[in-house]
Design a protein around this ligand. Structure first.
Ligand SMILES: [Zn+2]
Length: 163
């Protein structure tokens, strides 16, 4: 919120409540900051896991599979960038875009205000079948039932892994 510039006369002293509110508005974390912090922490955890997975792969995988072992590692979640943020009273929706293999993965996070920060209360992934349009030729997409988004967790196998 931009500070109001008062012309001509001195701005009246604000009440204690207004000062508190003003302070809160300044220090509250934005939905984008919150989500980026989440992705950074998740990326750090995935990187640690990948170190352990790599040593397991070297131990168990043989020549052809070992060459493609990178495909069995967790992808870097911090490569996702914020594409859109919509915020209303006490809630927000953040859409991220992330290049995965030869396509773009979009995820939609529903946030609920929690003190001066947020909590993720729902996650959706953009439907790959209809690319988010909700339509497949002349009818509604059967994968997402015309929503364009698929509520997560969907299939447990597609959470986190690259392929
Ligand atoms: Zn669809």
């Amino acid at each position: 919120m931009a500070a109001k510039i008062t012309k001509g006369r001195k701005r009246p002293e604000r009440s204690f409540t207004e000062r508190r509110l003003g302070f809160k508005l300044i220090t509250v974390i934005t939905p984008q900051q919150f989500l980026e912090a989440f992705l950074q922490e998740k990326a750090a955890a995935y990187a640690e896991t990948n170190v352990r997975l790599s040593s397991i792969h070297r131990k168990y995988f043989g020549a052809p599979v070992l060459e493609d072992a990178g495909a069995f590692l967790l992808r870097d979640p911090s490569k996702a960038v914020t594409e859109d943020v919509k915020q209303s009273n006490g809630s927000a929706i953040v859409i991220t875009r992330e290049p995965v293999l030869n396509t773009i993965l979009r995820e939609r996070y529903h946030l609920s205000a929690d003190g001066e920060s947020w909590k993720i209360i729902r996650m959706d992934r953009q439907c790959f079948a209809c690319r988010g349009t909700g339509r497949f030729e002349e009818s509604a997409c059967s994968q997402c039932e015309g929503e364009g988004w698929i509520h997560r967790p969907g299939k447990p196998s597609d959470v986190g892994e690259r392929s």
